[in-house]
Design a protein around this ligand. Structure first.
Ligand code: GYE
Length: 338
């Protein structure tokens, strides 16, 4: 017997049916309202913002801290976050952005894997009237109105600072092996650019090997092992890694080859994640140039401003410094938030 004909369920169209239907509608409404209610403390009448965020992946300590910052901040502000991890694949990011468009989210934010390849999908978002905020990495598009702002670090400056630190530690004489980040990504392109520009002031410093370790620790180790086995391997006395994780992998390779990181091979890298601080305390890593992953508060500040019709600058640069091994103490490590 179907539920609709069960004696316990009112006949369709009867007064009792209408009362039951009305009660069900109220219940359904209450369930919806629960999802879209303003967070505690929000102005009355405010609706929860819905934000789609496409993360590039989980390749490094930096990325883990970045994801946590975004999720925690959305939670704190009562923003409904639709989070998608692209596992390092640009196609997955494009698919996620298209799905956010279909779901009619209020805003889309993402950390683009590479600089190129976004024009079409950003045009689709614009056509749908959904505003886009870039975090962490930049894109190259022909129309800058395709996004509202780009929040993130100055990667050229980070590369320059890494070269400056390496020059100080090596007295301006170094045979450098470079571990590059993800090919085509803004941080890999710009960190290399900044590093090489600064290196031009030091005729005694040369890059003798350079390849990508994809910002991953295991890959950094593998590529550095190959560097050490190559004909130039014996001359390498410095490492520039585009992020800490690759430097930490390379340090393992250096030790496995019977060399002393920090003495036989001076290493510098970028990010300033917890494990890099430990390596600096152990004097295996000489400097880590800071790149702050805690972008959640800035991202949601911008989104809130945009949703209230306020203006935001087209570029928001994260303020950062440099950490050197001689500054690092166990207490400082304790106080680090990532
Ligand atoms: O330095 C690296 C990460 O885009 C700034 O990506 C980010 C970089 C970061 O995987 O560790």
């Amino acid at each position: 017997m179907s539920l609709f004909r069960s004696p316990r369920f009112p006949r369709l169209g009867s007064p009792r049916w209408e009362a039951t239907a009305a009660a069900l509608a109220v219940l359904a409404g209450a369930a919806c309202a629960k999802q879209n209610d303003p967070p505690p403390g929000a102005a009355s009448g405010a609706r929860r913002l819905v934000v789609g965020f496409s993360q590039v992946g989980a390749e490094s300590g930096w990325r883990t801290a970045n994801t946590k910052s975004i999720k925690d901040e959305a939670d704190k502000r009562g923003v409904t976050l639709k989070f998608s991890d692209a596992q390092g694949e640009q196609e997955n990011q494009i698919r996620a952005i298209r799905s956010f468009i279909q779901q009619k989210v209020d805003f889309i934010a993402f950390s683009p894997k590479t600089e190129d390849g976004w024009q079409a999908v950003l045009e689709e978002a614009k056509k749908a009237g959904i505003r886009v905020v870039l975090t962490d990495r930049a894109v190259r598009v022909t129309d800058s109105t395709l996004y509202e702002t780009f929040i993130g670090s100055d990667f050229i400056e980070e590369g320059r600072r890494a070269a400056e630190c390496l020059a100080k530690r090596t007295g301006g004489k170094a045979m450098i092996a470079e571990l590059q980040g993800t090919p085509g990504s803004a941080p890999a392109l710009d960190r290399k650019k900044g590093f090489e520009a600064e290196l031009a002031h030091y005729p005694g410093m040369t890059i003798v090997k350079s390849a990508s370790g994809n910002f991953e620790r295991a890959k950094g180790k593998e590529v550095f092992e190959a560097f050490l086995r190559s004909p130039e391997g014996a001359r390498i006395n410095a490492l520039f890694a585009h992020n800490d994780d690759m430097a930490l992998g390379a340090i393992q390779a250096i030790e496995a080859a019977g060399k002393r990181p920090g003495v036989d091979i001076v290493a510098v890298s970028i990010d300033g994640v917890h494990d890099a601080f430990q390596a600096m305390l152990d004097k295996k890593l000489s400097c880590s140039v800071e790149c702050n992953p805690l972008l959640g508060p800035q991202l949601f500040d911008v989104i809130e401003k945009l949703s209230q019709g306020q203006h935001v600058p087209k570029r928001i640069v994260t303020q950062e410094g440099v950490f050197t091994a001689d500054q690092v103490t166990a207490d400082l490590i304790q106080s680090r938030r990532y």
